[in-house]
Design a protein around this ligand. Sequence first.
Ligand code: LHQ
Length: 265
Amino acid sequence: MTFETILFDVSSGVATITLNRPDKLNAFIPAMNHDVMAAIRICTTDDSIRAVILTGAGRGFCAGQDLGERAAHFALGGDPPDVGETLDTLYNPLVRAIRALKKPVVVAVNGVAAGAGANLALNGDIVIAARSAKFIEAFCKVGLIPDVGGTWHLPRLVGRSRSLGMALLGHPVSAEQACEWGLIWAVADDDALITEATAIAQQLAAGPTKALGAMKQAFNASESNTLEAQLDLERDTQRIMGQSDDYREGVTAFTEKRKADFKGR
Ligand code: LHQ
């Protein structure tokens, strides 16, 4: 399948989605929302895909919403757009789809991630950033609040003071600072980013996919569950995982002192 605004490639069980408007630092136009959504749909339904990488082409990861489109609209004297509807129809479905995808998503932040682009990245399950990348909660510069899950992820990842500082001031946070704070998983040298992200994704793609997907769901549920509810969920999920081919293979491989050959079943 070919797309207008992204590149989509599948290799060795890993699908790579590359935002591809490099001259605009991969800022989102509606076609890009639709393309990413379509790619995630493929990742959801194609059993041969067992891990996903999301990254950007060129020197930026994603500069958020395309402000050129909005500026043109205002310049023509247009009424204020319904940004809520934009979120409802174009961005929130993406957040939900990434969270619900029962396969791990590795986000390789290759350069600046600003506004909706920064918060899109934080929806990843493993976020690894190039040393030169930075995260900018740029919303305060355009009179909006952090969206695309930002007000939910940021305080959970780095606490109230750091997240409010990022949102209120809009200062760039370097990849190293983001990693030190726990906003992201790791930092890689710029020229090693894709190699390292691919190695992580390949490890995940060779893993017990059912269990990895169930882990995501369990961690999602834990955000609002009590310990009691979570213990029940762990019991119920483990009961299902215990029936999987991959559990049998993992246990057998351990006793046979060999590497497990998981099939994702
Ligand atoms: C851009 C953009 C951009 C268009 C760089 N649009 N062209 C809102 C509405 C609806 C729902 C969803 O959520 C949102 C939330 C948002 O995302 S609001 C926040 C939108 N993003 C921003 O405010 C960030 C705007 N960009 C910047 O502040 C800078 O470009 C950063 C700090 C990201 C990078 O700075 P530089 O490295 O100095 O690059 P640059 O500014 O020179 O940009 C390179 C090109 O990319 C340039 O184009 P040009 O034709 O002049 O070479 C920029 O105009 C274009 N670009 N961001 N969001």
